[in-house]
Design a protein around this ligand. Sequence first.
Ligand code: I6G
Length: 670
Amino acid sequence: MDTAEQIEQLRDQIRDYNYHYYVLDDPLVPDAEYDRQFRHLLSLEQQYPEYLTPDSPTCRVGDKPLSHFESVRHQPPMLSLANAMDDEEARAFDKRIRQKLELITVEYNVEPKLDGLAVSILYEKGRLVRAATRGDGTVGEDVTQNIRTIDSIPLRLRGDELPAMLEVRGEVYMPKAGFDELNKKQQAAGKKPFANPRNAAAGSLRQLDPKITASRPLDMFSYAIGRVEGIKLPGTQSGRLAVLKNLGLRVCPEVDVVMGIDACLSYMELLGRKRAHLPYEIDGVVYKVNDIAQQEALGNLSRAPRWAIAHKFPPQEEMTILEAIDVQVGRTGALTPVARLKPVFVGGVTINNATLHNAAEIKRLDVRVGDTVIVHRAGDVIPKVTGVVLSRRPENAVPYEFPEVCPVCGSDVAVEEGGIITRCSGGLFCDAQRKQSIKHFVSKNAMDIDGMGDKRVEQLVDVGLIRDVSDIYRLQMEQLLKLERMAEKSATNILNAIEKSKQTTLPRFLYALGIPQVGEATALILASHFTDIDGIRSASIEELQSLDDVGPVVALDIATFFRQTHNLEVIERLIMAGVYWPTIEKRMQHEPELMGKVFVITGTLSEMSRSEAKARLQALGAKISSSVSSKTDYVVVGENPGSKAVKAIELGIERLDEEGLKQILRPSSA
Ligand code: I6G
């Protein structure tokens, strides 16, 4: 084989690796092997520059910054999409279509609407020759150099039957993880962070210097064909997306085909639930009539097709008035400012409160009582105040003064962790901390004492019946019956639940103690390593730190907790009151057969939460992944599993039901 052939063969190999990695999401080789081949190609191309071609996978970053962007006229124009703001509008869209087509029900291609920016990419004889932004839909900017830097966009199409010409349209976006990382870097460099992934993607693509674009984590999904010559296209939208995928272009894996508007709305609901977990931001769902002949019969309006609509999620950001700032004291004494808001409808629910995180955040925002603020709510996470509308600030608004003493017990506060956390120094003298630590102790994943809700705990502390968690096990019927809102039946239920909670497990008990930084996963790791509480109590910081996931800060917190006499006394009293757990067999540190094995969990488990299953597997040395690939060893399949269960079958990966998982988690008899 001569050098030219060798180089071309290497390029084909790397293109194939890219296709499997980016488009099929199923890498063929480990990263190290890919890097080796890539470097081999680079060195051959350096040695024989006469064989260098612009469609080589090594030729992504051009070296000349532009002075300006040329204009590109789109032919046909890049239309936009009409919006449906709620289900009723989506139903009206479907009704109009059914009437026009004289059909009872219509088939739709459905896919997420990414929050990025639309681009058009032109391939001639399979080679990427030009790329442009949407601009105003008629004229955009030539961003070819920048688009070439996006690794997942092929510089050459795949396959034997290449179109003479193909203009692909799609959305360039910045994945959430890349956005967070980029903003960290911006801040570290003293630069202004980007407001959202969309702005970051747009700003990155509109750089005159392609090296800057190359350093930004951009990606793209293709969703339509503008023009094509030289191949015959299928007669459906979904078929055309399959063609794009076969040509080596990324298509969103969430795309689906459904019958009728009810199924469209179910898809929207499903995606709404998935939204927070998707690796990219979406702001709605696009419904397109799937049959191209039907699309053509419906035609276009001047700026948007009649056969498609973007059904938007309710806005996640709204403005409202900040009526007050309250400061709450948590279990570990951290003071958290909470914004009390004029009620506002955001992201599908009415919000009254939002977090302001900490004193530094209040200072950064310079947020003042009376201000009009921007409230953000994404998925199920706690709403937060993200900005102030300064033009609406009342004249008499005064800067907020963060309290210098604990608002609950009056103890001094100390500022920790680089000025981020303000902590009450009162410890269990502080009623707020006492209440929070008891609420944590009785909670479901800790000692699981039914009937001891937040209100009940507050009442028991307020009347002085409980001072620390060990007092729970001394409660008497007569004491409970004297309380307000306490009938005999509730009192009996509470006492039974307290009795039942005495039999627990070591990980639960450790978690319930509320040791700073010890969540369920760390509690499990501690329990399976030390197997009893004395071992943990007497462990050195070095020994604690040698465990997976236990860093120096966590190790210090654990050691400090067990050096406090009052904590040891509480533990002693709990054990004296009858709290006990089965001894953990000193099983091999990590089951050797689980060490490094990759698990994916899909669906709902009936006897443990997914996070518990995850933590228990990790404690045995296994790794947890969110997606199924050829590297996965086991897929745990619960009730109502997702597509991962099917993928496991396709890839021939072992599937475990809940019983199988429990068997793996059970201590071996060895
Ligand atoms: O802006 C758009 C985003 C997503 C689109 C679009 C899309 O499909 C998933 N489809 C069309 C046909 C148009 N704009 C015009």
